[in-house]
Design a protein around this ligand. Structure first.
Ligand code: COA
Ligand code: AMP
Length: 625
């Protein structure tokens, strides 16, 4: 049993343990210390080490005999394209594009926003920033111009990189007009926009601001890797919090490199040369860690898939890719497998696809519900692992440590805390509870390498949001418990964050949008259960006196507002006009009661409720849906 020993060692001999892990990587200057504790309990990792992540992901492999190995496979059923890059080719593309960024005066520490579909140029753009030491901030392509504008104003990028369009199944979505609109809405001025033109749509460029990627590369000198200190930021990734303003999670360079490399072996059991297929998007943390950086640092082959688990063209997409490219590890969100199961319950479309190379299937982004786990195991005959993590941590907090010791899978559990994470379940007083008792899931400080170091430009929000509720701990925002064997069960968020089809969204933000409508007096948005997407938002609004708009028209208007402001990905498709909302005597909306009512669960009416009679009224309104 190697895991218990390694887990203990990661916490008790932190310094030695993580320095040993750091030694697995090539540093320009090796760190002499691992963990520098800060006054607030967090840590700076490998502070005097120097490295470059693009070097580790590309140049290192080219210099050490992997130049002709496939680094990246692009498979795009939506455009009919397939393309393969060796490590050498990818390095050359990245160095040339970094040269273009440099020519546009992008330098270490500058921010660059990347708003791209799932094409190789997205990964090239990220790695080119890493090569120069510019801090990239990838914004998911499903977000609307308003969301992009908010991120532009927060990150203040020197430059934006985009493509002429994305393709959603068969719908072509021109991106450039979205970027233009975002730039119009943003207060921050950006020097340049670099556009990768796709044949499906040729974007109009406004000189001198906009540059055509391919044309601008013409006379560029490839850029070398910039030396980065381990604590220099690599990227900012915005994620939903409880308010309308997204949080810019800041990731360092050295800690992230060490954590990802460690996780590739420990969590995914991937050896150099093997193929990893992470079906996610570069706009999410899963894409950053396990489409781009993790597999490449490991010397593995990564697959960049531009498609959906279903409809591109059918529910065999994942099986086809696993067979065509001899995938060892497949990773996606439970919602993707629910979509496949719905379309092809007996997995007959798997026939003819040789999955003999597939060793394991991983899921994250939301709790892996036992029926989806059991179905996936049954139809594939492969082990299926749930693992729990967050944008903030960048890699798994709880997982089955297959690289050390494989533990039996318990449905509903993400298995055991990963070495480096001291996971505790706390009661409201901040004291650890007994096994099998639910509480707030917290991580004793310091967090291991790879986790967020701050919120971009807002250290106070970082400390208030994560470090203050339970002094000495990082609050994850999730509730759950550990069983007698120490298995971690994550039961859901304790705040106003919801997970829709593996996408993290803020109900608070949707409420802010609904509340701006002239007809809305009060509103609440809650996450309710959904068979496919896990959760979907439901809006409940009270109209102002004298409002003349019909309930149906208002609902349609509000749905459109959220679609316009956040994007289609918010999936707010239902808004109900109600006479009252359940509140405490101090006026706080009882969202838990609303959720229980909407999900048809037994309602626990708190004693603090102002007017219990509104419960029956709402129950009958919700049952009419
Ligand atoms: N650009 C533009 N629009 C996008 C988009 C993107 N990158 N991604 C999603 N959208 C749009 C969709 O077109 C859809 O629009 P519509 O309302 O006009 O139809 C809407 O946002 C909702 O998208 P989605 O929830 O993805 O619905 P779907 O029916 O297209 O697909 C799933 C459902 C479950 C197949 C899909 O969500 C999925 O594969 N999820 C896995 C998510 C994932 O990988 N998460 C990362 C964590 S591992
Ligand atoms: P994100 O930051 O988008 O990765 O979302 C993180 C949140 O998703 C977590 O705080 C959890 O609420 C949820 N989540 C992710 N993975 C899991 C999992 N394996 N089990 C339960 N919840 C999960």
């Amino acid at each position: 049993m190697r895991y218990p020993h390694e887990y203990e060692s990661s916490l008790q001999n932190r310094e030695r343990f993580w320095l040993q892990q750091a030694q697995q990587l090539h540093w320009f200057k090796a760190p002499t210390s691992a963990c520098q504790l800060q006054a607030n309990g967090t840590a700076n990792w490998f502070a005097d080490g120097e490295l470059n992540l693009a070097y580790l992901a590309l140049d290192y492999h080219v210099d050490n005999g992997r130049g002709e190995q496939t680094a990246l496979i692009y498979d795009s059923p939506v455009s009919g394209q397939k393309q393969t890059y060796t490590y050498r080719q990818l390095k050359e593309e990245v160095a040339r594009f970094a040269g273009l960024l440099k020519k546009q005066h992008v330098k270490k520490g500058d921010r660059v926003v990347i708003y791209m579909p799932m094409i190789p140029q997205a990964a090239i753009a990220m790695l080119a920033c890493a090569r120069l030491g510019a801090i990239h901030s990838v914004v998911f392509g499903g977000f609307a111009p308003h969301e992009l504008a908010v991120r532009i104003d927060d990150a203040k990028p020197k430059l934006i990189i985009t493509a002429s369009c994305g393709i959603e199944v068969s719908k072509v979505i021109p991106y450039k007009p979205l970027v233009d609109e975002a730039l119009k809405q943003a207060r921050h001025e950006t020097d340049n926009v670099i556009v990768w033109q796709r044949p499906e749509v040729i974007a109009e460029l406004q000189a001198p601001r906009d540059l055509d990627w391919a044309a601008a590369l013409g006379d560029v000198t490839p850029a070398e890797c910039t030396t980065m200190t381990a604590t220099d930021p690599l990227y900012i990734l915005y994620t939903s919090g409880t308010t309308g303003t997204p949080k810019g999670v800041v990731r360092d360079t050295g800690g992230y490199a060490v954590a990802l490399n460690y996780s590739m072996g420990l969590v995914y059991g991937i050896q150099p040369g093997e193929v990893m297929f992470t079906a996610s998007d570069v706009g999410w943390v899963v894409g950053h860690s396990y489409i781009v950086y993790g597999p490449l640092i490991r010397g593995a082959t990564t697959i960049l898939f531009e498609g959906k688990p279903v409809r591109t063209p059918d529910a065999s997409a994942f099986w086809r890719i696993c067979a065509d490219y001899q995938v060892s590890v497949l990773f996606s969100a439970p919602t993707a497998f629910r979509a496949i199961k719905k379309e092809d319950p007996t997995a007959k479309l798997m026939a003819g696809h040789d999955l003999s190379q597939l060793k394991r299937i991983y899921m994250a982004g939301e709790r892996l519900d036992p029926p989806t786990l059991e179905w996936t195991q049954a139809v594939t005959g492969k082990p299926v692992y749930d693992h729990w993590w967050q944008t903030e941590t960048g890699w798994a907090i709880a997982a089955n440590p297959v690289g050390l010791t494989e533990y039996p899978i318990k449905p509903g559990s993400a298995t055991l805390p990963v070495p480096g994470y001291d996971v505790q379940i706390l009661n409201p007083e901040g004291e650890p509870v007994e096994p099998n008792q639910q509480g707030a899931v917290a991580i004793k400080l310091p967090l291991p390498p790879g986790c967020l170091t701050t919120i971009w430009g807002n250290q106070e929000r970082f400390e208030k949001g994560y470090l203050t509720e339970y002094p000495g701990y990082y609050s994850s925002g999730d509730g759950g418990y550990k069983d007698d064997d120490g298995y971690v069960f994550i039961m859901g968020r304790t705040d106003d964050v919801i997970n829709v089809a593996g996408h993290r969204l803020s109900t608070g933000e949707m409420e802010e949008i609904l509340a701006m409508d002239e007809a809305v007096a009060e509103c609440a948005v809650i996450g309710i259960q959904d068979e496919l997407r896990g959760q979907v938002p439901l809006g409940l609004v009270i109209t102002k006196d004298g409002t003349t708009v019909s309930d149906e028209d208002l609902a349609a208007r509000l749905v459109q507002r959220v679609r316009n402001d956040i994007g289609a990905v918010a999936c707010l498709r239902e808004v109900l006009v109600v006479p009252r909302l359940p509140k405490t005597r101090s006026g706080k909306i009882l969202r838990r009661v609303l959720r229980q009512l909407a999900d048809g669960e037994q309602v626990v009416v708190p004693s603090t409720i102002d007017d219990p009679s509104c419960i029956d009224e709402l129950a009958s309104r919700l049952s009419e849906r």
